[in-house]
Design a protein around this ligand. Structure first.
Ligand code: DX5
Ligand code: ZN
Length: 221
């Protein structure tokens, strides 16, 4: 298992004060910034793109920005995010024509590559890419919106991914996204996750540092 990382999803941040709010959540103890990209095509919502990522870099956010692409097609937009300053880029395998090619493209652009699994997407997409990917992202809600409830069957899926990562012997991160709270994060970590995305649980709280502290305490990190 990799060292635990809390990655607040800025989907739930104050978009009118995005730089400030992002700085605030990092200063409150978060390690990464989770950057949700939605295209009103692959998912029924529209969010932010490479220009906003670049603006955060220019504002002085130097930490790991973790891009979660919920877009179709994928390849065309990858270089733009890499140039804007993404550190990791994850995509949904069913949203691209050639999964191996997209992984290679992300790596050639100098980023870490992640594969994202919706609640009903089978793990067989991992079969021939375990030697290449840097991260597996398990969705514990259907993608498109923040503030949804954690789907409990995700825990079993996380356990299966943990086994596959351990068997691979590679340093692959296991990230979980959707409905993560201080109350369920302990069980999610126990199932094998090491990287935790949380949007509404952090940004809707009055005290970011307090929520993040409680999350770290629950995962023993
Ligand atoms: C959902 C996004 C998530 C979402 C998480 O499509 O990928 O990152 O913002 O938000 P919460 O933590 O509120 O479920
Ligand atoms: Zn996400």
């Amino acid at each position: 298992k990799q060292s635990p990382v809390i990655a607040p999803s800025i989907l739930s941040a104050d978009f009118a004060r995005l730089g400030e709010d992002t700085r605030k959540v990092l200063d409150a103890g978060a390690q990464w910034v989770h950057f949700d990209v939605m295209d009103n095509h692959y998912v029924p919502n529209l969010t932010i793109g490479p220009m906003v990522l670049k603006a955060l870099r220019d504002y002085g956010i130097v930490e790991h920005i973790d891009v979660h692409l919920m877009v179709k097609p994928v390849d065309r937009i990858v270089p733009d995010f890499a140039k804007a300053g993404a550190r990791s880029i994850s995509f949904h395998p069913e949203a691209t024509e050639h999964v191996d090619r997209t992984i290679q493209l992300i790596k050639d652009e100098g980023c870490e590559a992640g594969l994202v699994f919706n609640p009903a997407t089978p793990l067989s997409w991992l079969d021939y890419v375990m030697d290449k990917i840097d991260m597996v992202l398990i969705m514990s809600v259907n993608p498109g919106f923040g503030g949804q409830k954690f789907i409990p069957t995700a825990l079993d899926k996380i356990r299966h991914v943990r086994e596959r990562i351990d068997a691979s012997g590679r340093a692959i991160r296991l990230e979980v996204d959707g409905g993560v709270t201080p109350d369920n994060i302990g069980a999610i970590a126990a199932a094998g996750a090491d990287t935790f995305v949380a949007g509404s649980a952090i940004f809707n709280a009055p005290d970011y540092a307090d929520v993040i502290r409680r999350m770290h305490a629950a995962i023993g990190g």
